[in-house]
Design a protein around this ligand. Structure first.
Ligand SMILES: NC(=O)c1ccc[n+]([C@@H]2O[C@H](COP(=O)([O-])OP(=O)(O)OC[C@H]3O[C@@H](n4cnc5c(N)ncnc54)[C@H](OP(=O)(O)O)[C@@H]3O)[C@@H](O)[C@H]2O)c1
Length: 507
């Protein structure tokens, strides 16, 4: 029986989602993010025919550039980083809509010029007054930029046209700063016109969590405390801080990754089925899950933070965190963080969610592992099941995107020995379409005004409510432990799980 509901969005979802007349202004257009992700994503969208013919891109930065210099920078970035092949005719049409405005953020003259540029584009390219402002700048400049947009009449569209703000992470440093930031932004833009980027939500595999859970019947009945023993959410990096000392020191792994990416993954894994997939239904369910998160009573036993020490990685000798250029040798910033959380509701009561992230770990991998309870009774000899672990469903977010199911199977032979085997779904093998980059999806959604994949301010604040007490505890209690680069983190993290009779996966 069909379950289609005529009251829902009547559009045919098979039609490509193409943005209407619009343009994008990027502040901080000389930065790394803009060059490596935003410019290539815009070209890839144009190449896939998903941008309107008059789409316009305005770069704003403190450089003495003409439009042609800016176009050359975008050209080089596209050639180096775009996902789809370079096509001259696509490029030519796109590049006609490039403009550059030189200036610093508190320079009124530059914003007057920005306004004139937008008006010129509306006339020359038919952008219809619809512009998104992408703040790809250090967070301390967010307030100045949004206030300048307001002061110069750029934050509100005329008539039916829209103006939207796109904000990169970090959304604050703690709950208080996040609330202040949200207040500043909401004084200028309506909450529905603010798009906070958590690029994890633009990944196919993360959206697939919802497909896996709510488009199938076989997983949901066991997705609860009756069958699940615990959940492990991991984001491991094999690199150090690189040249990002200025950004990273004082922030650390928990603020940089757990507050946003991992708590969003937790919310998608734990939430109830939304009434529909519109933004507000999704936020409602994610928020309910985040609000039900309970911190452990003893934070000393159930949280761990640590710093990488020197070691060998990928055949190279690497420095410890405290020896990295630009890092205070007495820094207490965490490059590894692991925490145990519980979700206080009927579905998850008593099921621990273990979250961990770190730099210079054994491998680059992000995954969600739902680990199931052992069978309540085993009719087999203990010796035959020595190599049988717990069933697990693993959502591999990156790299090697897909889903793995681990279960026990009889080893061929005359005895009844049972061993773990895996069944794999790999995106690369099952689909001919290649996955778009997260930023392609997210930029397109901004232009379409679809907010499903953007955390709302309440979620951001709720996530800080979870993390703040942990950061405060760490501030007051001692120093981070050290772990050797290239390993899977500090001993204390292994002990934290061992006390619960469990162990971390070695992906
Ligand atoms: N890179 C990533 O993968 C990544 C990931 C997540 C979040 N983010 C966030 O995205 C934003 C941009 O990141 P990014 O890596 O591109 O940073 P970045 O390389 O440091 O670039 C920052 C940009 O801001 C501009 N800027 C800085 N101070 C300025 C000022 N006083 N006046 C005018 N322009 C100024 C810089 O211009 P100049 O060239 O003139 O200095 C540059 O264009 C940040 O909020 C960051 O936290 C980045």
């Amino acid at each position: 029986m069909s379950s289609s509901n005529p009251l829902r969005d009547p559009r045919d979802r098979r039609l490509p989602r193409i943005a209407g007349p619009s343009g994008l202004v990027i502040f901080g257009v000389t930065g790394d993010l803009s060059r490596k992700k935003l410019m290539p994503a815009i070209y890839d969208l144009a190449n896939r025919g998903l941008l309107p013919p008059g789409f316009s891109l305005v770069g704003f930065a403190r450089r003495d550039w003409e439009n042609e210099d800016f176009a050359q920078v975008v050209h080089d970035a596209v050639k180096e980083h775009a996902r789809t092949p370079f096509r001259e005719e696509v490029w030519q049409q796109l590049a006609e809509g490039f403009r550059f405005v030189p200036g610093v953020f508190d320079d009124d003259e530059a914003f007057v010029q920005l306004r004139a540029t937008i008006e010129e584009l509306d006339k020359a390219r038919g952008t219809g007054g619809n512009f998104a402002f992408y703040l790809s700048v250090p967070p301390k400049f967010f307030p100045t930029v949004v206030q300048q947009l307001k002061k110069h009449g750029l934050s509100q569209g005329q008539g039916d046209s829209w103006r939207r703000a796109v904000i990169e992470k970090p959304f604050g440093h703690d709950l208080k700063s996040a609330q202040e930031l949200n207040q500043v932004v909401h004084e200028v833009f309506r909450p529905g016109d603010v798009f906070r980027i958590d690029h994890y939500l633009g990944k196919e595999t993360v959206q697939n969590i919802l497909a896996l859970r709510f488009a199938n019947t076989m997983f949901e009945p066991i997705w609860n405390r009756s069958y699940v023993d615990h959940v492990q959410i991991t984001m491991a990096e094999d690199i150090g801080i690189g040249g990002r000392a200025g950004y990273y020191d004082g922030i650390g792994a928990a603020r940089d990754v757990i507050q946003n990416h991992l708590l969003q993954l937790l919310a998608l894994t734990a939430m109830e089925e939304p009434a529909s997939f519109d933004a507000s239904s999704l936020v409602t369910e994610k928020l309910k899950a985040l609000r039900a998160v309970k911190l452990p009573k003893d934070l000393g036993k159930h949280t761990v933070r640590a710093q990488y020490a020197g070691g060998w990685q990928g055949g190279e000798e690497v420095h410890g965190y405290l020896e990295e250029e630009g890092i205070d040798p007495h820094s207490k910033t965490d490059t590894y963080a692991a925490i145990k959380l519980e979700i206080d509701n009927r579905r998850w009561a008593g099921v621990p969610f273990y979250l961990r992230t770190g730099k210079r770990l054994g491998r680059r991998v992000t995954e969600i592992a739902v680990v199931f309870q052992r069978a309540p009774h085993s009719p087999f000899d203990a010796t035959d099941t020595q190599e049988l672990g717990q069933n697990a469903l693993v959502i591999r977010v990156q790299p090697d995107e897909g889903v793995t199911i681990r279960f026990g199977s009889k080893v061929p032979g005359t005895s009844m020995e049972i061993r773990d085997v895996t069944m794999d779904f790999q995106y690369g093998e099952s689909f001919t379409e290649s996955s778009p980059e997260a930023y392609e999806r997210l930029l397109l959604d901004v232009l379409l005004g679809e907010a499903n994949l953007f955390p709302r301010h309440e979620e951001v604040e709720q996530s800080w409510r979870i993390l703040d007490p942990i950061e405060e505890f760490w501030d007051k209690h001692g120093k981070p432990e050290q772990y050797t680069s290239g390993t899977w983190g500090p001993k204390a993290a292994d002990e934290m799980l061992a006390r619960d009779g469990r162990s971390w996966r070695r992906p």
